[in-house]
Design a protein around this ligand. Sequence first.
Ligand SMILES: NC(=O)c1ccc[n+]([C@@H]2O[C@H](COP(=O)([O-])OP(=O)(O)OC[C@H]3O[C@@H](n4cnc5c(N)ncnc54)[C@H](OP(=O)(O)O)[C@@H]3O)[C@@H](O)[C@H]2O)c1
Length: 296
Amino acid sequence: MENASIGVIGVTGFVGRYLARSLAQKGYRVVGFSRAGKGVCEGVAEWRSSQDLDFSGLHGLVNLAGERIDQRWTEANRVKFAESRVCITQQIVKQLSAMEVGQRPKVWINASAVGFYGDRGDELLPESSTAGAGYLADLCVDWEKATAGVDQLGVRCVMVRIGMVLGRGGMAWDRLKRVFSLGGGARLGSGRQWMPWIHVEDLVAGIIFSIETQTLSGSVNGVAPHPERNADFTKKLASALRRPAIFVAPGFALRLVFGEFGDFLLGGQRCVPHAWIHAGMSFRYPRLEDALTDLV
Ligand SMILES: NC(=O)c1ccc[n+]([C@@H]2O[C@H](COP(=O)([O-])OP(=O)(O)OC[C@H]3O[C@@H](n4cnc5c(N)ncnc54)[C@H](OP(=O)(O)O)[C@@H]3O)[C@@H](O)[C@H]2O)c1
């Protein structure tokens, strides 16, 4: 695969930047796609527009585009959430089908999210689990369904249901670290909800593993093997930062501040990455303590 070109849509984002650097370090040639058609990202050898979606010369494609969902879920924002996920995915399929057989990328990794499962209590959730209920679950179902038909085009497609990604420069980690460092760390609601998380280096390794593993296709859970309940996550993070976390953020306050996104924070998914593990992937940070030691 030395020098094979991989296109990355959404390369300017948090995960995209880590991915571009890792792909380049492994000898891939990275073609970055962004709405601006250009940018500055370590590892990107060539820029293209994510509006034109010119996939010529690519061995593989990774789509990480997505408007941030940690905003109020207003009607206007819901349109942006869907357009940047479902519509872009549909456009990718259209573009791939318009290409000549033999010229198409061989593999396509598309982002999805653990929101697919909805709020599922203590149920263990491998990839074979059904979709859940609610706005985010419906959005993720539509996002994944938008890849339909790509198999017939001879393109292997892997959809990565991503959990909360922990890494420097990422929204989740930067916010958590700031709040907990100030002693404001708090359990969310009952704290019993499961938090599927993953270290950004493992997510990027998993995406590259999915590109390189011919037997993988369909949905995979992009999470660490050991999810944590919110209360345990809170305790472990506070202890790693040597700060107290004595507060509880009540559900009503989260709903008041974040709207429906607050409900998402109060729900949880006990996801496990069966597909990656069965295919032979190993995790550098399987347990939260390992990830926190690295990040702190
Ligand atoms: N980070 C997490 O914890 C997490 C968890 C679950 C799922 N995910 C999913 O994983 C993917 C990557 O996450 P990330 O944290 O790297 O996201 P990010 O930092 O917000 O970057 C996403 C990229 O998507 C492109 N984008 C944003 N809004 C867009 C729009 N309205 N139309 C077209 N493109 C748009 C942007 O690229 P340009 O501005 O260059 O076009 C942006 O750099 C996303 O799909 C996200 O939903 C992430």
